[in-house]
Design a protein around this ligand. Sequence first.
Ligand SMILES: C[S@@+](CC[C@H](N)C(=O)[O-])C[C@H]1O[C@@H](n2cnc3c(N)ncnc32)[C@H](O)[C@@H]1O
Length: 248
Amino acid sequence: MNEADQHTTETSEQRPTRGNRLYPRVTSFRSRRGSLTDPQQGTWDRLWPELGRDVGDDLLDIDGWFGRNAPTILEIGSGTGTAAVSMAQAEPHVNLIAIEVYKPGIAQTLQRIERTYGTEQPVHNLRVLRGDAVEVLEHMVAPESLTGVRVFFPDPWPKARHHKRRLLQAPTFALIASRLKPGGVLHVATDHAEYAVAIEEAGNAEPLLTAVEWDSPISHERPVTKFEGKAHQVGSAITELIWGKIGA
Ligand SMILES: C[S@@+](CC[C@H](N)C(=O)[O-])C[C@H]1O[C@@H](n2cnc3c(N)ncnc32)[C@H](O)[C@@H]1O
């Protein structure tokens, strides 16, 4: 069995079918209440139709969505969008897609985008996808289509019995690698030392990934994320891990 396929077959928590497949497997997130404040709802109503999509079964028309052909980077688990908006401003030549399951986080991302309108750096190159990033990668993103994938501060699920929930395990590395273009880059950051070791081992074991030994097509600079701010406050060390897709 292909490791990327294990996502759809490792189902210790099997839920109702959607379309003709079971979903999700053990997920890397838990459902949280998702009510919006009135201002968030207002921004949502204005921006979501153009900038947002729910996870679905159809391949994304990325060029159509952005209205241009440009290198595309996914940020998985974008939280409230602090880093996504900074990166979109720093990399206007890139199409950036932020994926998040938590609706209020997405609403805050949309608010951040809206606040840039009328400023010197309005953000027009960021879109948001609501749903499980694994499903997005499996069903909505074509193989060898991404220039970059960024995963900043994935939930560490520190208890051993929860490790199966961790996003960054061998099957996810295989899936991400399959969606990267040759020469594309996966950039991970975590403040959790033990998860960092596990991530590094799994990433190094993925045959399609290697150390980036060519001119990287994307910046390795990273804005401080909201979650990272909290990590700094308690003095946690940050581990930065970067791989490239072979075949550049
Ligand atoms: C620890 S937070 C970090 C958020 C942000 N990257 C930061 O550094 O501030 C992890 C985020 O990943 C999201 N998440 C976890 N699993 C996900 C998945 N499979 N697909 C999309 N988002 C996910 C969670 O909802 C949460 O917002």
